[in-house]
Every structure is written in C-alpha cells, then in structure tokens.
Design a protein around this ligand. Structure first.
Ligand code: SAH
Ligand code: SF4
Ligand code: F3S
Length: 439
C-alpha cells in the first residue's frame, strides 16, 4: 500500500516550485499526496521567513500536528524552506516531535532524510549551502501534470541585500541557469501542453548580468518568444535597478510577453530608499515606469510597498502616497515593516509607534484600493483575450483563465477550451477576479 504525505506551502513562488519538486521526489519513494495531515504518514511544511508573522505561522502549524503525533508516534514531521534554512538543526532541539529539517539548497536530500527516519527513527537535518556548480545541476525540473501555465526558474538567490530583507541569507548567492537549458526546458514543456511560462527568480531581471558569457535577460526573452506553440510569457520578480532600456523595449516588441509587470518600489521616499539599499531614487523609478508606458501603453503595473520602515516620517510616507497616485498600480502588496534579525535594518533605531504605522498602512490601503478598483472597473463590458487554464472553483461548468494583466476571469464554458485563448466579455468585476461570458 502507498504511504501518504501531506504538504503545506507558504511564501513566494520559489517555495511553490520547490514544493512541486518535493511532490515528485516523494512519489519517487512510494508516497502519494493527500489533502489532510490526519490521513498522512508524513507531513511537511515548506516555510517562509520574510516577515515575523510568516515565521510564527510555522510554529503554530507544527503545534497542530503534535496531537496527531501523540496518537500516532510513527508519523514523520518535517520542515523545509526558509525558516528551516535559517534555524537549521536548532529546530530539532526546540521541537522534540520534529523529525527532519531541510534547507533551501537541500530539497534533493529529502528522500534520504525521510528514509532514515522510516528505517531507524533517526532524526536529521540538511541545511548547508551548496557551491555554484552543484546548484546549477539541481535547478528544479518537475513533471508536468496537465498544466497550461508553468513557472520556470531561471535564476536563484539574491545578492542585493536590501537592508530589511532576509532572502539573501536564506536563499544564498545569485546563480543564473544556462540559457540553452532554459530554452530546452520550455520547448519540452510546450510539447507537453504548456501554453504560458513565468520565468522565476528573486531578482529575475539581473539574470546573466554577473556572467560575461551569458546572454542578457532581454535576449533570453527574445529567444523564448520565438518558441513555437508557446502563447504567453511572463517573469517575476523584477528589481527596478535592473530594468534596462533593452528589457523595457521587449514590452513593445515581443507579442507573447504579457502586458503586466510586478515592479516592487518599496517606498516613494528617496531617503528611505537609500536606507533600504534599493539602488534607485523615486525619479529613477518613475522614469522607467514612463518608458514602460510609452513602449506599451496598455501595460499594467503591480508593486510591493513596505510601510513603517525604521525612521519613516510623515513626509516620507506622503512621498509614497504621491508615487502610488502617479503610477496608478493595478494592485499592490502592502506590508508593515517587520524587523528580521541579522539584517542591516534590524539595527536601525525606530521612533514611530506601531499605532502610527498601522494608521499609515490603512491610509495607503484605502488609496490603493480606490485606484485598483477604478482600474479593474474600467474593464467592465470589454471583450478581452483569456487563456483558459482549467475548471474554476466557482462552480460546475465554470472555467477560469487569465487576461494579459494576470487577472483571473471565471466564465461558463466547456473543458474543450482549456489551453486556448478565447475572447471573453467582462460582465462583473470583483475584488480579485472578474466574471465573464463567452462571446
Ligand atoms: N525578490 C522579490 C521579493 C522579495 S520578498 C523582490 O525583491 O521584490 C517580497 C516582498 O516582501 C518584498 O518586495 C518586500 O516588499 C516585502 N518584505 C521583505 N522583507 C520585509 C520585511 N522585513 N518586512 C516587511 N516586508 C518585507
Ligand atoms: Fe530581498 Fe531585495 Fe533581494 Fe528582493 S531584491 S529578495 S527585497 S534583498
Ligand atoms: Fe519567503 Fe523564502 Fe520566498 S523567505 S518570500 S519563501 S524566498
């Protein structure tokens, strides 16, 4: 009989990709995935430590598994991802019912760790960083399971050291994968039915910039754009300082490149951007946005913004509001600053009260909600091309797909449309998705 595993994934797309790899690896040693920890022989959390809240969640979830293990001591419990990377072996000491810990460079060692627990009840951890060569050989390729859209990792790690951010510590240094290998993978995905790929990296548009012999990110996009059978191309997440003119021009040239870019600005205040070590001013950022809008008038932007960075004053916050009004983001992920130990910003003194920060957070949210709603409401009654991805969770006979702006559209149609781009008329606009009808 098959053994069963339950896997929960937190954090960003890097973890989503790693989890897809985990599924393949565990299937390889006789496990099948189930949808509840109660039914599993092995439970795993793939964790995120980008903010304190994300990290605390891990301990909360682990606590949920304890009563199950009390009843069934043979249950194996493991933690992977960024919290595992950060805490390492210490986690085994802290949590007596935890069996294994694997870091962000050690996903491939999971089968071995699981088998050690199975055979000898031997707890284990693997959280060492690997060298460049080894990592290049371990870029996660995963099996295709009726996917229409796929993430393709093109680079890993981050060398930017934004002063607030834990990612460089938990993901290690930047490595870019050889372009020939990326193109081959995408060709193979397309042959298996994939129609849209999203190129992934923590700092995706610095791709190849540290390797003289590698092509630029813009050149990589051009090559991928030429792959026959591929319909759409996206990439995330871009750093504003690495938005070259050559890359911006791609939005005007490449017909498969979707008209959406996630371009985290973090703050509109030059003083705060400097303290954040972001490497651009608000004027630099706005110039790049203007150029994007010039080469591709239909482009929509989304962003990340941090509120309450140490020492952020009302004037700094006002500058952020101004920038948001000027860019008119279709959507923004807004975060309250969360100090991360070991980062430079954690050492900065902070004179703002948490109440002040909370109030600013809500002001920003109210502004962005209004702009976002105006943006999406403008699509009402428009007919837009939608790539149909699969059956919707909204109800029977409903399909879902996305517009070029990555907006989810639910509409009534048959499964035969999956994988095709069809015109859909928008008939209702909700907060995070739209309802459409086929025309
Ligand atoms: N590599 C991507 C994503 C990094 S994490 C990038 O550079 O954009 C995603 C977002 O989390 C960041 O853009 C930032 O807005 C937010 N973030 C990162 N560290 C944070 C912290 N310590 N407190 C609050 N938000 C944080
Ligand atoms: Fe973190 Fe900055 Fe790297 Fe993004 S670019 S992962 S925010 S250090
Ligand atoms: Fe979180 Fe790790 Fe991604 S800290 S945001 S899961 S790289």
């Amino acid at each position: 009989m098959n053994k069963a595993f339950y896997l929960e994934t937190f954090g960003c797309q890097m973890n989503v990709v790693d989890s897809e790899r985990i599924v393949d690896l565990l299937e390889g040693i006789g496990y099948a995935q189930v949808d509840a920890a109660e039914k599993a022989d092995l439970v795993l959390l793939n964790t995120c430590s980008v903010r304190d809240k994300a990290e605390r969640k891990v301990y909360g979830h682990l606590g949920r598994f304890k009563p199950i293990k009390d009843q069934r001591p043979e249950l194996i419990i493991g933690v992977g991802g960024c919290v595992a990377q950060q805490e390492g072996e210490k986690m085994l000491e802290k949590i007596p019912y935890l069996d294994l810990v694997f870091g962000t460079h050690n996903v491939h060692r999971l089968p071995e760790l699981v088998q050690q627990v199975e055979a000898k009840r031997q707890r284990g951890s693997a959280t060492e960083f690997l060298d460049r060569e080894t990592r290049l050989n371990l870029f996660p390729q995963r099996s295709v399971r009726d996917n229409i859209t796929r993430f393709v990792t093109v680079m890993q790690g981050c060398d930017n050291f934004c002063s607030y951010c834990i990612v460089p510590q938990v993901r290690g240094r930047e490595v870019s994968r050889p372009s020939a290998e990326i193109v081959t993978e995408i060709e193979s995905l397309v042959a298996q039915g994939v129609r849209e790929v999203t190129l992934l990296g923590q700092n995706v548009n610095s791709y190849g910039s540290k390797d003289e012999s590698e092509i630029s990110f813009a050149q990589l996009l051009r090559r991928i754009n030429a792959i026959e059978g591929l319909e759409r191309l996206r990439f995330a997440t871009s750093h504003p300082k690495d938005m070259t003119d050559e890359l911006i021009d791609c939005f005007g040239e490449l017909e498969k490149l979707c008209k959406h870019i996630h371009l985290p600005v973090q703050s509109g205040s030059d003083r705060i951007l400097k303290l954040m070590n972001r490497g651009y001013s608000s004027a630099d950022y706005l110039r790049k946005v203007a150029r994007l809008q010039q080469v591709c008038p239909e482009i929509r932007l989304t962003t990340d913004i941090i509120v309450g960075f140490p020492g952020e004053a009302e004037a700094d916050f006002q500058a952020t509001l101004e920038l948001v009004k000027q860019v008119r983001y279709a959507d923004a992920f807004t975060f309250l600053y969360s100090p991360r130990s070991g980062t430079a910003a954690a050492e900065l003194s902070d004179d703002q009260s948490s109440m002040q920060k909370q109030q600013r957070f809500e002001r920003l949210l109210a502004l962005q909600n209004r702009i976002g709603e105006e943006t999406w409401q403008a699509d009402l009654h428009k007919v837009l091309p939608v790539l149909v991805e699969g059956e919707s969770k909204q109800g029977e006979g409903q399909m879902f797909g996305r517009t070029t702006w990555n907006r989810i559209i639910n509409f009534t149609a048959g499964t035969d449309l999956i994988g095709t781009i069809v015109p859909v008329k928008i008939i209702k606009v909700f907060r995070n998705s739209n309802l459409g009808e086929r025309v």
